[in-house]
Design a protein around this ligand. Sequence first.
Ligand SMILES: C[S@@+](CC[C@H](N)C(=O)[O-])C[C@H]1O[C@@H](n2cnc3c(N)ncnc32)[C@H](O)[C@@H]1O
Length: 234
Amino acid sequence: MSMTDRDHVHEQYRTEVHLEVRQSVWHPTREGRDPATEALAAVVAAAPRRVLEIGCGTGAFAGRLANALPDAEVVAVDQSARLVELTASRGVEARVADALDLPFADDAFDAVAAMWMLYHLPDLHRGLAEARRVLRPDGILVAVTNGDDHLGDLRREAGGAPLHTQFSSENGEAALREHFDVVTRDDLSTRAFFADHNAAVAYLASWPDDVTWSLPPFEGPREYAGHVTVFVAR
Ligand SMILES: C[S@@+](CC[C@H](N)C(=O)[O-])C[C@H]1O[C@@H](n2cnc3c(N)ncnc32)[C@H](O)[C@@H]1O
């Protein structure tokens, strides 16, 4: 399947099940740095009055934003009705919307966050142009994504190949520079812990690939390396 196929993306996120399987394995870098926390710090440092998260998933980051910025208005959108419902249950203003056609006026936000979602857009540059449009001229976009070799060892061992996407640590900066004047980046080596072979197989099965995985059996827990980048564009 294509990471950008609308129907498949819709089905993949119809419920929170696949997303929560994948999120459950991740741990910070050896230095204790976590991508979402770094992204949160970047948004908070901009002291925004209005913040938009696009592709909010279950709303964990939007909830953290609302807590960290009690005087700001936090709005979250996602294409999945169920994930919007979960986000709203955290007390965040959330609605179903397509990142390619945001239902907001020009210059409406001081910050936009796009966490692990730009790789799903059928038209990446339209999505980036939409983020730019709803941002004030001095606003920031914080975009988090994975590198090409994210979990590469696991995927290779299981008979697949690393996942190369349209918005990655490697190609994300160039894409952002087409829409923003200044782009900074923070690269983090995160770690995935699997309690046992079954947990690693469940993770692979949750990811939207066409691959038939065959991970050779192993005993006990395993750790695999992740590669994540937090981009800040203005
Ligand atoms: C990998 S999940 C990440 C969720 C959340 N940002 C997180 O970090 O946990 C990708 C999210 O983007 C959403 N999404 C994908 N394409 C979208 C689109 N065109 N418009 C809005 N949301 C979209 C999905 O429904 C899903 O919630």
